[in-house]
Design a binder for this molecule. Structure first.
Ligand SMILES: *Cc1c(COP(=O)(O)O)cnc(C)c1O
Ligand code: SF4
Length: 343
């Protein structure tokens, strides 16, 4: 079985009832639904939380004035093709702009897919690696895209061998959806290809709903961990997918039960045609506030907003404390207000 990549494929699979208007969506934003994702969808449920992430809708043609093609300002900090250098000690290395699935809320939706920025040529990749080698302040290289795990283990190994020669780089981090949406790719050859001699590898698993963490995905996490790779999580807060305490609590606990340390809960970015996915910041703060009391500290993600224009990420979960001149009001997980220091 292969991935569904067309409107007619969606019809054949029973994921949509009619094609009206969707050709215009598909012409702008690529479609891909892998067999592993398809197996999770209940086509009889019009509000299915997995389908909502991957099945296109005509709502994607509605844009708002504050949405933008480059919502987090990648292009404002791109010194060479494939590199985004926003913070001094770390860079993004985007070798590929293809993904195993195309998420309807994607913050890089204008850059990924067959019409996107493509894959770096050998010369561009060498220039990107040379940039990293020439900047001694770069401590960490974050491989993202697109999804770096769509590359073959052989291609990944070539990149890792080059990074291994750069002494000042100590940590390599992958951001990927592959372990969840195409878990069969995470075999021993892939795990080996994610490691570089003398470096530590972290891998951020992107998952938004507990149902995505299937037994097959869990077997892949086990292979990654057995291979010495540290796992962290990444979730986008999405209306109609995970915008309730119950779902978020279960998701974060399931990460921890699988030795994945919750890392970021992203406020949805202002990507074009994604208004139907956005929750308000107040709603997001109330949700993370409620998580605080309900589940273990090990299960708490940091709620972050990527500031439009390339200003980086900000922790926006800290609505718990406000005040000035040494007098603060702190809110507890049930909403109670307390003076600090106590009066
Ligand atoms: C998100 C991001 C990072 C990583 O940030 P962390 O807070 O270290 O996870 C690095 N560079 C860019 C350009 C980013 O957008
Ligand atoms: S896998 Fe990541 S980069 Fe690719 S479409 Fe989904 S959110 Fe965007």
């Amino acid at each position: 079985m292969s991935a569904i990549k067309s409107v007619s494929g969606l019809l054949d699979a029973g994921l949509i009832q009619e094609a009206a208007g969707l050709d215009a969506v598909a012409a702008k934003y690529a479609i891909s639904i892998t067999p592993a994702v398809l197996a999770l969808i209940d086509p009889s449920d019009p509000d299915d939380r997995i389908a909502r992430q991957y099945v296109p809708t005509i709502a994607e043609l509605d844009t708002t004035p504050d949405e933008r093609a480059d919502p987090i300002g990648d292009l404002t900090h791109a010194p060479v093709e494939g590199i985004v250098h926003r913070y001094p000690d770390r860079v993004l290395l985007k070798a590929v702009h293809v993904c195993p699935v195309y998420c309807r809320f994607c913050f890089r939706r204008e850059m990924v897919g067959p019409q996107g920025l493509g894959t770096l040529s050998a010369a561009e990749l060498d220039a990107a690696i040379a940039y990293i080698a020439a900047h001694a302040e770069i401590w960490e290289v974050i491989l993202t895209g697109g999804d770096p795990l769509v590359l073959s283990p052989r291609r990944l190994r070539t990149i890792m061998e080059k990074l291994a020669t750069i002494d000042h780089v100590k940590v390599l981090r992958f951001h990927t959806r592959v372990p969840v949406v195409e878990p069969e790719r995470v075999d021993h050859a892939m795990v080996d290809a994610l490691k570089a001699s003398g470096k530590i590898t972290y891998l951020a698993v992107h998952a938004n709903h507990p149902r995505e963490l299937t037994p097959v995905a869990r077997a892949g996490f086990d292979r990654l961990i057995a291979g010495g790779i540290m796992l962290i999580s990444q979730t986008v807060l999405l209306r109609g997918v995970n915008d309730d305490v119950e779902t978020l609590a279960t998701l974060m606990r399931t990460f921890v039960e699988n030795r994945i340390r919750p890392y970021y809960l992203h406020h949805p970015d202002l990507a074009p045609g994604t208004r139907h996915f956005r929750v308000s910041i107040e709603e997001g703060q109330a949700l993370v506030g409620a998580l605080r009391g309900r589940i273990s500290g090990l299960c708490q993600p940091t709620y972050v907003l990527d500031i439009p224009g390339g200003h980086g990420k900000a922790d926006i979960g800290s609505a718990a404390i406000s005040g000035t001149d040494g007098c603060f009001t702190v809110r507890d997980w049930q909403g109670g207000a307390h003076a600090y220091p106590p009066k």
